[in-house]
Design a protein around this ligand. Structure first.
Ligand SMILES: [Zn+2]
Ligand SMILES: [Zn+2]
Length: 303
């Protein structure tokens, strides 16, 4: 018994680069990584340094699966975009070294380069001791584009890719819908809406808010149970870094209010903001949208 039918867990919350402050941090120092799963279907969003501790946690489950079943252990990793803070953990993700694992790697081509080629470039001999083909897991690569979504049929561990133009958007009971967001350098990023039965979690990192709110985002996140929104900056920092592709916490609260979500988590914390500064942001944000918290490593939602 796993104690859940659906689990959502956060493994990395920082933007830009990982930190390990000497005074410690209650929020976490790893870059972007979250997991959404059922007992036998595993989806990871982004492979920032947070995917490293997640990988270590999955190893015993993969070994037990191998003993019981004579079939691959499927793990899907979807990437919002391929900036380095969202990729850097992948070569250190323990399951990538395991032959009994089948990784389904899904992400956007960027400035004309295919997603597979971007991942292969990251581990060329100039940058890493092993190339992509030397990692022992099986790997499938998919270019993500608008209109595509991921779904699982009940109890089937293999992910499927649907197209909103030809398939029902309610295929399967665990699915991930996508939305391309254009305001992030230089080729945008993807937002994800994780749906499990009638529950919805929207993952909206590496986005810069628009004045008065972005109506596409508000529609995409409408009535979600949880919105995780980029909130890299204080208002003062935003004025300095306007155009860098990240939001202030007030933009996150604005989106949460307009989309009428149940709960907001502030995400992609600036590595220059220490815990004290982050708790100050949280306090101010609660005044704008009361059910707000800072995203923290280890934060979980179970259904
Ligand atoms: Zn980022
Ligand atoms: Zn980015």
């Amino acid at each position: 018994m796993n104690g859940y039918n659906f689990l959502f867990e956060i493994y990395g919350v920082r933007g830009s680069y990982p930190i390990a402050p000497s005074e410690g941090t209650k929020i976490g120092g790893n870059t972007t990584c979250v997991m959404a799963r059922t007992p036998n279907q595993v989806v990871i969003l982004d492979a920032g340094s947070g995917i490293i501790p997640l990988g270590k946690k999955l190893v015993p489950e993969i070994l037990a699966h191998q003993k019981e079943h004579n079939e691959a252990f499927h793990i899907t990793i979807m990437f919002t975009h391929t900036h380095i803070d969202h990729l850097l953990g992948l070569p250190f993700f323990a399951p990538i070294y395991m032959p009994q694992v089948h990784l389904h790697l899904i992400g956007p081509p960027t400035v004309g380069v295919s997603f597979e080629e971007i991942l292969r470039t990251q581990v060329l001999p100039q940058y890493f001791p092993l190339t992509m083909d030397e990692f022992r897991s099986q790997k499938s690569f998919y270019n993500l584009s608008e209109n595509l979504f991921l779904y699982f049929n009940e109890d089937d561990t293999l992910p499927h890719i649907g197209d909103v133009r030809t398939d029902s958007i309610e295929t399967g009971n665990f699915r991930i819908h996508t939305m391309k967001y254009y305001f992030h350098p230089k080729d945008g990023s993807f937002l994800y809406r994780v749906e499990w039965n009638d529950k919805k979690i929207v993952f909206a990192t590496d986005i810069e808010g628009y004045q008065g709110g972005d109506h596409r985002l508000i529609q995409f996140a409408k009535n979600a149970d949880l919105l995780i929104h980029d909130a890299q900056y204080t208002e003062e920092q935003y004025h300095q870094f306007c155009g860098y592709g990240h939001s202030s916490f007030t933009m996150a609260c604005d989106a949460a209010n307009q989309a009428e979500v149940q709960k907001l988590l502030l995400f992609h914390h600036d590595p220059n903001n220490d815990d004290k500064a982050l708790f100050e942001i949280e306090k101010k944000a609660k005044k704008l949208f009361p059910n707000t918290e800072l995203a923290k490593e280890g934060w979980q939602l179970r259904w």
